[in-house]
Design a protein. Structure first.
Length: 330
């Protein structure tokens, strides 16, 4: 790890000004950033510590909106009774992420900013070719062991999968990231993350110096009947092979689907909204045959690599089972 300067921010306004200086990184929980510094991926010249700032760690819930502060701990949000009641998918996504120790330290803002778990990205000594780490150097995963890589949203420059859980739930329900820079603005989470294209090192739409200050989730009927399903190689402390965040709203007959939300994790280069599945299900009867047929649409356009083609089969099954669980069929 290289030597760096440490600055304890006075307030959010000064922090965002300091963060605009090249070579600077924001430190909150540190559960991702410090790991990357230790393995030589991140080499900041200066860290701006915002972990102690007040006013950014509250979670408020009403009938219209859930607001989660950027410094709220993952475990605290997951355990919030109002979040569990109004947005089960958010609580479940958080509980299934990382380990208890990490959830107790990691912030919501930091979770949204976490970097990929691609082995080649995280080992610069052994694998110098990584466009995400060193633009123009190539992508070692294309010809390497790529079981955990993306089947959707990939490019010739990068096939690294987005690793998180919370953002998948947020994308499904049109949540927005609140950021502070020279002005305040809201960014839909689906627009916050960028596809790799030929610039995979640019992962999000934050401008230099902008800091995440919170997340807002609209409370819609489908959010109240929601579920997060994560399929992985082991039950604990493992990233998704495929996951699905879903929600359902029924017509008064209790059987016809009025609204449905579907997003996937573990299979794409960013949290992936499965709008084709949603469109296929709205207005349809809720039964297993209809659900499984529509779920197959979630992998339209998928391109498998040598070791990850199993995800093309797995993802529709995860989506279907999540929907059936949300609707009480399983």
């Amino acid at each position: 790890m290289r030597a760096f300067d440490y600055v304890r921010a006075r307030d959010v306004s000064s922090a965002h000004l300091d963060a605009a200086v090249p070579g600077t990184r924001i430190l909150a929980g540190g559960t991702t950033l410090l790991d990357l510094m230790k393995c030589g991926v991140e080499r900041p010249e200066r860290l701006i510590d915002i972990s102690h700032l007040g006013g950014l760690n509250d979670t408020t819930v009403d009938d219209q909106l859930i607001h989660i502060g950027a410094l709220a701990k993952m475990s605290h949000v997951a355990a919030n009774a109002h979040v569990q009641r109004q947005a089960a998918v958010v609580s479940e996504a958080l509980w299934r992420a990382a380990s208890p120790q990490l959830r107790n330290m990691a912030s919501i803002g930091g979770n949204l900013m976490q970097r990929t778990r691609c082995t080649y990205y995280r080992d610069p000594a052994a694998y110098p070719n990584c466009n995400k780490r060193s633009p123009g150097s190539g992508c070692a995963a294309l010809q390497g062991v790529n079981r955990n890589h993306a089947i959707l949203g990939a490019s010739e420059s990068c096939v690294a999968v987005y690793p998180g859980d919370l953002a998948v739930a947020l994308v499904a329900f049109d949540a927005k990231v609140k950021v502070l820079g020279d002005t305040e603005r809201s960014i839909p989470v689906d627009d916050f993350y960028r596809l790799p294209g030929d610039t995979p090192h640019i992962e999000h739409t934050l401008a230099p110096g902008e800091i995440i200050v919170g997340v807002e989730v609209p409370v819609v009927p489908a959010l109240k009947q929601s579920h997060y399903l994560k399929v992985r190689d082991r039950v604990s402390y493992e990233f998704a092979a495929a996951s699905a965040a879903v929600g359902l709203e029924f017509e008064p007959d209790g059987h016809t689907i009025r609204d449905v939300r579907v997003a996937m994790g573990g299979v794409a280069t960013k949290p992936w909204r499965a709008r084709s599945v949603e469109q296929a299900l709205r207005g349809k009867p809720f039964n297993e045959k209809v659900i499984r047929s529509a779920a197959e649409l979630c992998v339209d356009g998928a391109q498998g690599l040598e070791h990850n083609r199993f995800k093309i089969t797995l993802a529709p099954r995860v989506v279907a089972r999540a929907l059936m669980a949300a609707g009480g069929l399983v």
